[in-house]
Design a protein around this ligand. Sequence first.
Ligand SMILES: CSC[C@@H](O)[C@@H](O)C(=O)COP(=O)(O)O
Ligand SMILES: [Zn+2]
Length: 205
Amino acid sequence: MSVTARWLELADIKDELAARDWFPGTSGNLAIRVEDDPLTFLVTASGRDKRKRTPDDFVLVDAFGRLIGEQTGKPSAETLLHVEVFNRTEATCSLHVHTIDNNVISELYAARGEVVFTGQEIIKALDYWEEDAIVRVPIIDNHADIPTLAAAFAPHVRSSAGAVLIRNHGITVWGETPAATKRYLEAYEFLFSYTLKLRALGVHS
Ligand SMILES: CSC[C@@H](O)[C@@H](O)C(=O)COP(=O)(O)O
Ligand SMILES: [Zn+2]
């Protein structure tokens, strides 16, 4: 697919996530695969208001997250996480958002190292179709040093679809297609919100 087609695809996803208010304070970053060999991908430019749609929203980077050719923008500070996703799997899209729900869940379940979901219809949106499917989302510590964060993140990137919570930071979700990745992210955020509402009612799992 052309860079332009991929750009538009990612811009549409960015607009949809922005409509959900999932980019507070310029947080969040998004990436989409453009070429396999050599690997190139588009990633959001760093520090920008992801609610706005502009010609400078994305930059094209290589397998190491370095800018390709003459471009003025700066890749997301967290590009190395997307580098791990695209180098380790066949995922085509990687989405990172900070929401209050994913931050609170990451803190509540940090000591367990994961949060586990079962018995929810929305799990089917994650492509788990068995009645008793169990979904596990690993939780890693946050590190200001991004290579250290990427090293902690990488062991959890084992297939072309997955998600990792970063404690008191956010979630990174990736998938086989951009549409599937957005669906996964929405399903995870649904599960987080449901769990927090249940806990607020005094029900603990
Ligand atoms: C502005 S707080 C969030 C950042 O520190 C970072 O975690 C983030 O998600 C966005 O960084 P960015 O460099 O714009 O991709
Ligand atoms: Zn972040």
